[in-house]
Design a protein around this ligand. Structure first.
Ligand SMILES: Nc1ncnc2c1ncn2[C@@H]1O[C@H](COP(=O)(O)OP(=O)(O)OP(=O)(O)O)[C@@H](O)[C@H]1O
Ligand SMILES: [Mg+2]
Length: 160
């Protein structure tokens, strides 16, 4: 299962159906991302998207529910999986509609970069938020001091 994959810059948690899990998910993600010095808006938007997708999985999906967050060089990727085969139904909420806003919010904060993949049983809902390119230290781009490459042949950076 992708969502529970753990590794470098990947965080995963199983969640229960308790509505309090939404708050816990927000806290877990906030804590996990605290060390990455993400822009505050990116951190807030990531937590917001997590909140909407986890709420949906609890309210409309079927357990087991799993959440994963992957911090990449140029983006933060979220995955929320649940075991229901029911498909998502993105709406176009009007200003007076109280429901149907969750996926519209996810669409807005991800610039439309969210999608669904099938798993058996159920599905994985993915969302990606762009991250401004991490500034690499000058010495890494220019080569190791004393063995300068003259900037013509910099070592390939490791992005994740
Ligand atoms: N994980 C899911 N499993 C099954 N159906 C889902 C799931 N997520 C969303 N849906 C379906 O997609 C619809 C739209 O989701 P969306 O989050 O936009 O609105 P909502 O959850 O109905 O309301 P709101 O998020 O504003 O409280 C839901 O009403 C539901 O029918
Ligand atoms: Mg919703």
């Amino acid at each position: 299962m992708t969502a529970l994959a753990k590794g470098r810059n990947v965080f995963g948690w199983p969640l229960t159906l308790d509505p309090k899990e939404v708050g816990r998910a927000r806290e877990l993600v906030h804590k996990a991302l605290a060390g990455y010095q993400l822009e505050p808006t990116l951190l807030d938007d990531t937590v917001l998207a997590v909140s909407e997708l986890v709420t949906n999985a609890i309210r409309h999906g079927t357990p087991p529910i799993e959440l994963a967050v992957h911090v990449l060089y140029d983006r933060v990727r979220i995955c929320v999986a649940d075991a229901s085969p029911r498909q998502l139904v993105p709406g176009q909420p009007g200003s007076h509609d109280e429901r149907g806003r969750g996926l519209a919010i996810v669409k807005a904060v991800t610039d439309g970069r969210w999608w669904v993949t099938t798993r058996h049983p159920g599905k994985e809902v993915w969302a990606e938020l762009p991250r401004p390119a991490t500034k690499l230290p000058r010495w890494l781009v220019a080569g190791v001091p004393g063995q300068a490459s003259g900037g013509h042949n910099p070592p390939a950076p490791i992005y994740t």
